[in-house]
Design a protein around this ligand. Structure first.
Ligand SMILES: [Zn+2]
Length: 319
């Protein structure tokens, strides 16, 4: 447990076996009511650590609300474990719907398979969202862009930042120049921008969401993974550059000829400890494929890549 600012604490919740290593849960003690931002996965290792941290902070869950930056299991998995009948659970409409309707895990393998992913059903069964998600339907309090959440003398403004997920929300504390970033801005690692549907353009959404927040006055970013950081605009610039480079790398792969998304993913460099694609565990191949797909969609909408959807497997080539 780490005190960040008066009455604002960070709990590092471990994610064993996951390259993310841990997720940061932020706790604000507000006098009348407290707020917990993101929860950890629905697994023993996370429950034990968050329970111990909340005990140490003497948090009474009966007067505590939850804010869920987005639907991923490392952020939402313990909602039902922590929320009491008097807790409000804040989330965007889009991500709240996804948390309460788990049929995304039926649809994803279909789209993965037509993009050349072998063993998509098995990959979904190993998916952390499938294994460690919140199980019980949640009665959410829906929040959106511009809504304010007051906790003690903190005044948070909801900032809609779609991209990492369709309904991702950040919290901005203007007076303290604090930005609680969820997975929209991370310091040492890059947010995964994945796509598993025939519709949408999440990478474009993400880049637009980076532009949208660029001019906020921020001195400290509190991300959901790894360390907090202060170089707000510089980090936004770096993330934009990263995705332009990834898009460029995909164009270079396609210069060798048409490929499906899985083949594209296998030919890219990934910042993981495995040397070769065939050593990647199935969930890592899954995330890599999702990321390749979001870039292919982005390039297709830009008119730089074309997709041939006439066969069983979608083939991508330079336009
Ligand atoms: Zn996430």
């Amino acid at each position: 447990m780490q005190a960040i600012q008066p009455n604002l604490y960070q709990l590092e919740i471990p994610l064993p076996g996951n390259p993310l290593r841990a997720v940061n849960s932020y706790v604000i003690k507000g006098g009348e009511r407290n707020l917990i931002i993101d929860t950890g996965m629905n697994r023993k290792e996370c429950r034990e650590v968050i329970d111990a941290g909340l005990r140490e902070l003497e948090i009474d869950l009966a007067v505590t609300d939850l804010f869920i930056t987005h639907m991923h299991a490392d952020h939402s998995g313990l909602i039902s474990h922590l929320a009491t009948s008097s807790s409000r659970v804040y989330c965007s409409q889009v991500d709240a719907d996804l948390i309460n309707h788990t049929d995304i895990f039926n649809d994803m393998p279909v789209y993965a398979t037509i993009n050349g992913f072998p063993g998509a059903e098995k990959a979904v069964q190993q998916h952390p969202g499938f294994k460690y998600g919140n199980r019980v339907p949640v009665n959410f309090t829906i929040v959106k862009e511009g809504d304010t959440i007051n906790v003690g003398d903190y005044q948070f403004q909801c900032v809609a930042t779609p991209g990492h997920t369709g309904g991702h929300l950040c919290l901005y504390e203007e007076r303290r120049k604090l930005f609680i970033a969820g997975d929209h801005l991370l310091g040492k690692i890059t947010p995964n921008i994945s796509m598993w549907a025939a519709e949408g353009n999440p990478l474009q959404d993400f880049l637009d969401s980076l532009d949208k927040i660029y001019h906020l006055d921020v001195q400290l970013v509190l991300p959901a993974h790894r360390q907090s950081f202060t170089n707000y605009q510089e980090r936004i610039d770096q993330l934009k550059l990263h995705h332009q480079r990834r898009a460029q790398a995909i164009m270079s792969v396609l210069e060798q000829g048409p490929r499906n998304a899985y083949e594209v993913a296998s030919q890219l460099d990934w910042d993981l400890s495995y040397k070769h694609w065939h050593e990647f565990p199935l969930p890592q191949k899954w995330f890599a494929n999702g990321e390749a797909l979001s870039h292919l969609r982005y390039l297709e909408r830009k008119g730089l890549v074309k997709a041939d959807r006439s066969g069983e497997i979608i083939q991508y080539s330079l336009a």
